[in-house]
Write a protein that binds this ligand. Sequence first.
Ligand code: ATP
Ligand code: MG
Length: 257
Amino acid sequence: MIPPTHPRYRSLLERERVVEGFREGYVAAQGLIAHGRGECFDYLIGEETQPFALEAIKAAAAALLLAKHPVISVNGNVAALTPREVVELAEAVPALVEVNLFYRTREREEKIAEVLKRHGARRVLGVGEDASCTIPELFSERRRVSCEGIYKADVVLVPLEDGDRSEALRRMGKTVIAIDLNPMSRTARAASITIVDNLTRAMPKLVEAVKAMKSYKRQDLEELVRGYDNGKTLAAALRHISKRLDELAGGLDPRNA
Ligand code: ATP
Ligand code: MG
């Protein structure tokens, strides 16, 4: 048991959830390592949603609401950490849900679909033969997607995606929304909209934003998307980290006493 007073209580519980997903066989071993990389960046960011992430969440909600064919891509870590929010978001937009794995196995696909269905998902794409369309320029199992889902999508939400695939989806002309704690990753830089925040904080906020903005005029949603600049978001995230580290260093430096 982790005591609730532990300074990393939330972080440790989330780590346990990913480990549990690994034990149940739907989180890849590589997913455990990816989670650790995320934890490190969350530490640097301060483990709170920052203004640049809120701005990206608004733009993302607008893009999802404007989409003709929005799809939410789900991998093992996403299924372990925010299965309920994926289903809520899919209902609220409404959007399709697709299992999309970097390390595909039939077993993991089915287990992830099962987790999502347990949380209320009615239809889950990307399992077995359903993932028979291919993303051009990618190799092996990594390129397989559902013809009804990501292949056809105009807007794809890819929480925790890999750089190559994000770039390939952009080249296919899609609007890519990423959730990635690392503002320097290729995913963060390739995406149209990057939410630099922990998936576990960003997903509930994205659901709320979609619900709140459903009544907005189309024109206002379009304005939000047009006014958004991803380079500005990533620069703000890096400056935030840099400023925070500088302040922390200042507090430790005896010359400031
Ligand atoms: P890229 O392929 O985009 O260049 P990478 O190779 O550095 O990125 P990967 O190992 O492919 O990284 O994927 C892990 C990414 O997911 C990291 O950027 C990490 O910060 C991010 N990540 C992991 N867990 C979370 C989380 N809970 N919330 C948000 N981002 C996360
Ligand atoms: Mg990568």
